[in-house]
Design a binder for this molecule. Sequence first.
Ligand code: ARG
Length: 443
Amino acid sequence: MAAENQKLWGGRFRESEDELMERFNNNFKETLWLIEPDIIGSLAHVKMQVKCGLLTKEEGDIITDGLNGILADVKSGALKTEGDYEDVHTFVEINLTNRVGEVGKKLHTARSRNDQVNTDMKLYVRSETKYVISLIDNMLATLKKVADENPYIMPGYTHLQRAQVVTFKHYLMAYHGMFTRDRQRLVNALSTMDQSPLGCGALAGTTHMIDREFTAKELGFSKVYDNFLDGVSDRDYQLEVMSDFAIIMAHLSRMSEELILWGSQEFKFITLDDKYTTGSSIMPQKKNSDGAELIRGKSGRVFGDLFALLTVIKGTPLAYNKDLQEDKECFYDSLRTVIFCLTIMERMIATIKVHKDVMRKAVSKGFLNATEVADYLVKKGIAFRDAHGIVGSIVIYCEDNEKAIEELSLDELKKFSDVFDESIYDFIDYDNILKKGIKKEML
Ligand code: ARG
């Protein structure tokens, strides 16, 4: 039997596994990224085994060196991560025993793959969550920089109809607000997940007098699970981070939609850099916003991964069931997608070209100062609801005469209300509007 086909559990079986079942059950190749956290978890476990008298100091040193050697060799490529191993735990344990001999078989004293795998995943999820937080930090810095460079006036929309003037800066800073909350959600998740599963055993702890607090501390957790069943079955932390990823993707997708629209001939407010766009095989003139479209499209995948894992969890009785093995590919796919999308979006924003003249021109059509005309009337003592009605009539008049409000003469305006005077023109000038009241915050 090839080494990799050895089972960690072969003893009670009369027949070997159906080959198809074996392929169905194995997840080694899909989870190579768990080798490092698996070894880190095992190193803490060995240290604890020595401390608690389950291994001699010499045995502990041999196993520790063996584990470090495996990690170094996997990283250098000297040890190939190939073969039909059942999972990363099997890979590490078989290679350890091959390397250090019989003593390697003592590594699994006082632990189960059930607490082991949840420890591995926790270590992985924790470090990758920190990495995603660092990507959000890059995004926040880029959004702030590009926003500060572009305090230019543009149309703001509701219902995708021109509504009131805003600035490009303010628009980008709306996304800055969203990603700031996304960051905080991940920070919160890190604190909620701060419990070590190691030592919970298969589901019921162990008869050995181990020290769970010690391994928790070694691995950087501030506490252990109070309950063994919970410790091996908990996948909340993945659901929580994946929910946060789903919200990040919703934000990125919304932003992508905006960039795609703004980059179209119909808007032309921005141009995305050539590096993040592609062409057409038939239409020579085309430059398509593929980067943004892919981000918008990939949001569905991240939502789907979250739903897949929620569905796995909702029907599994305590404690470990093989269903839980499904968590890994869901989490990994979601993570990989979020990392890709945050990185590409940050680069697209950093290289965006903003067409301030086009945006300025767009402001002049669509009565974006109508609300401010009503505000003007209010300042002259008219109740807002009446002012709203008066300006509504002015807009109909302007539409019929193909004019903007600021193009009407004072005589024309006075037909709608006698409180209008020369000061109206200054009040509703688009650049002046942004200097009034709390609108200054948009500059
Ligand atoms: N490969 C398994 C997983 O990914 C590890 C735990 C196996 N435990 C068990 N009782 N079969 O979840």
